[in-house]
Design a protein around this ligand. Structure first.
Ligand code: CO
Ligand code: CO
Length: 323
């Protein structure tokens, strides 16, 4: 994909856009544009095909996922537009449930959906364009990790392997329900927590998996990430489905692309390794917390009712090690 997007970099010279603070150089979760001395504008978009059967849940998950890139930059979303591709033969009750799921999620986030664009397509696609504000110069980036930081995650993993098991009619209802409730959850409180602690290194874990998004942080920050396998949280059915091999295609792509960056301890079996390459839809925030703040951070998270798991740390070097 980097190769395909090359013409964008070739066409726009960063020096000509001094107010574009994030976007043209190293990839991040969203673009950031300086508005004035107090505020920056954060802009993102995302859309995808259905991950679950229920149209309302699909809309809500797609919206939570789109909003997440604003939260991953430390912003507050305020305005959004729908992007929808809907099959002409899809009953209108179903289409409107998708849109309603997205609208109610945006409302929960404190944003308003003010229009959008819909086209006809064989396979449904839905998502949002989202605008948010962040105090000037305060956006989180992938380049903010420092050796000594503790790595925290705000949602468990295993959404891709669980939803693919659902597509292959191998998933238990309760496992799907668990993954759905996490995917619908906004990253708002995790983002607020990160802001309270003035964190700099933050991203959300989505399609590139923990290893892929972790690699981006490592590369942008010029550090090495060390994960502890036994501390990484998964949804209940994840390991069972991993053993069955119900991974989405993206998991193998992620392994191909990011695999050579990672060293696994020999005791970590194949299904567990693959779980770390599992693409996540609407995954949690991966946050780099300075060592001295880690205890207060965990305590404040619990006060806010925001689950967090400490899953590793940042060390000097490059690449990723999983022990
Ligand atoms: Co992101
Ligand atoms: Co995104």
């Amino acid at each position: 994909m980097t190769q395909v997007l090359r013409p964008v970099k070739d066409t726009f010279d960063g020096l000509s856009f001094p107010d574009l603070l994030v976007g043209l150089q190293s990839p991040d979760d969203a673009a950031v544009w300086k508005l004035d001395d107090t505020r920056d504008l954060v802009v993102t978009t995302d859309f995808f095909t259905p991950v679950v059967d229920d149209p309302y849940d699909y809309g809500a998950i797609a919206a939570a996922n789109s909003l997440s890139d604003i939260y991953a930059m430390g912003g507050d979303p305020f305005l959004a537009l729908n992007i929808a591709a809907l099959p002409p033969d899809l009953p209108s009750e179903i289409s409107s449930e998708i849109i309603r799921g997205g609208a109610e999620k945006a409302r929960e986030a404190g944003a308003v959906i003010a229009g959008g664009h819909t086209v006809q397509d064989k396979e449904p696609k839905f998502g949002l364009v989202v605008l948010g504000f962040v105090p000037h110069g305060r956006s989180f980036t992938k380049s903010g990790a420092r050796p000594g930081d503790r790595l925290f995650i705000s949602k468990p993993f295993g959404f891709g392997v669980t939803t693919t098991a659902l597509k292959r009619e191998k998933a238990a209802d309760k496992d799907v329900a668990e993954a759905v409730s996490w995917m619908k959850r906004l990253n708002r409180d995790a983002s607020r927590l990160a802001r309270e602690f003035n964190l700099t290194g933050v991203t959300d874990v989505t399609g590139y998996s923990l290893i892929g998004h972790g690699s981006e942080i490592g590369k942008s920050s010029r550090v090495r990430l060390q994960f502890s396998m036994e501390k990484i949280p998964f949804v209940e059915g994840a390991l069972k489905y991993a053993a069955m091999g119900t991974f989405p295609g993206g998991a193998a792509d992620n392994r191909l692309f990011f695999g050579e960056n990672v060293t696994f301890t020999s005791t970590i079996d194949e299904p567990r390794q693959m779980l770390l390459f599992d693409p996540q839809t609407s995954g949690g925030l991966l946050m780099c917390v300075p060592e001295g703040s880690a205890t207060d951070f965990t305590k404040r998270a619990s006060d806010l009712g925001q689950p967090v798991w400490e899953i590793g740390c940042v060390i000097e070097g490059s690449g990723i090690v999983v022990e």
